[in-house]
Design a binder for this molecule. Structure first.
Ligand SMILES: [Zn+2]
Ligand SMILES: [Zn+2]
Length: 352
């Protein structure tokens, strides 16, 4: 994004795009907490084994060591994530080779939380780092085209929060159900990613899920299923999905703009939240006010929206007088809507 100043429609002042984004937008933390997320302290060990040098032995690479370095790097690109991290643990030399493989630094820097989730949900043996890098560098949801700040883990698909919330993601099913419905045996199912869920609180309704489950994408099951009956297909009996499952198979993933090296998590308009709050006070709520409040923009999209949003422009003027959106709206200050989770988060923060 260029730092060129932007002239607003109505204001007499000029601001840089960075100023506008900082003052008139905010990131929805409640969306990130509605899906799989990890407590950084729980993953200290995984993080350091992925990112930091460690005292591995100086073991010889044997036959691998006779290959040209580019060829070894090429092999690393084709290794699944789990094997790649295992290779990195072998010796200081493999640590160095893996760490300098194309995309390693970018993914371990910008997609570290997602990598931890991929390892913890036990799907790492099904995907390569290059595949994750490709998703990291994809900005928009592949299902609806809006800014996508999330990833559907069973097929590493870039998606957005609306598609998660509206149930527009590919369907998932428990492994137990997949075996029953499609008459599959365990060996066949091992060829597709079976995601082990992480107990926690999911969805905007903040519902707790303590039991662990193994989930697979129905499309994957259908692809490998040779025993599914004509009856199943004729009736189109794709299983009905619990509304909670899409939240249990997705996690937040920022967008890496390779050209500028910048990272975007997606922003919402603080002005649209203030507009909604004003409208609720006067009972003149326009039909699209909630949708506009919930819309997640890329930085460029937000700057376009800003030109049309009078409330956002008003925030720029107020900021010159020292008033921020967080002073005016509790929702913006909290960065979303919380009930139980906020209490839990506060508790976590107090304990730190
Ligand atoms: Zn979408
Ligand atoms: Zn707005």
């Amino acid at each position: 994004m260029s730092s060129k100043k932007i002239q607003t429609n109505t204001a007499q002042f000029e601001n840089t795009p960075e100023d506008i984004i900082r003052i008139a937008s905010y990131h929805r933390r409640d969306y990130t907490l509605a899906v799989i997320r990890i407590n950084p302290s729980d993953h200290k060990q995984v993080r350091s084994s992925i990112c930091q040098p460690f005292g591995a032995p100086f073991t010889s690479l044997r036959r691998l060591g006779r290959l040209p370095l580019e060829t070894v790097h090429e092999i690393c690109l084709h290794l699944d994530i789990q094997s790649l991290f295992q290779l990195r643990q072998v010796s200081r030399r493999t640590q160095q080779i893996v760490s300098t493989t194309r995309g390693y630094q970018q993914t371990t820097t910008h997609a570290l939380d997602a990598l931890c989730v991929i390892l913890r949900t036990k799907i790492a043996s099904h995907f390569t780092l290059s595949e994750l890098l490709k998703v990291l560098c994809t900005r928009d949801c592949l299902l609806c085209g809006a800014f996508g700040g999330f990833i559907f883990l069973p097929s590493l698909l870039r998606c957005c929060f609306s598609c998660i919330r509206n149930g527009d993601l590919p369907l998932v099913i428990s492994v137990t159900d997949a075996k029953k419905r499609f008459r599959l045996m365990s060996p066949a199912l091992r060829s597709i990613p079976a995601l082990q869920t992480i107990p926690g609180m999911y969805s905007m309704g903040e519902r707790a899920r303590k039991k662990k489950m193994q989930l697979v994408a129905v499309d994957d099951v259908i692809r490998i299923s040779e025993a599914r009956s004509d009856n199943d297909r004729a009736q189109g009996t794709r299983p009905r999905e619990s509304p909670l499952l899409p939240f249990m198979v997705t996690t937040a993933l920022p967008y890496l703009d390779v050209a500028s090296g910048s990272i975007q998590n997606g922003v919402c308009c603080s002005g649209c939240q203030l507009f909604l709050e004003d409208a609720l006070m006067t009972s003149t709520l326009p039909g699209d006010a909630v949708d506009l409040r919930d819309k997640v923009y890329s930085d460029d999209e937000f700057l376009i929206h800003f030109r049309q949003c009078q409330k956002a422009q008003e925030l720029m003027r107020l900021s010159q007088e020292g008033t921020s959106a967080a002073n005016l709206s509790e929702f913006v200050r909290r960065r979303g809507y919380f009930k139980k989770r906020d209490v839990i988060l506060t508790f976590h923060n107090l304990r730190r």
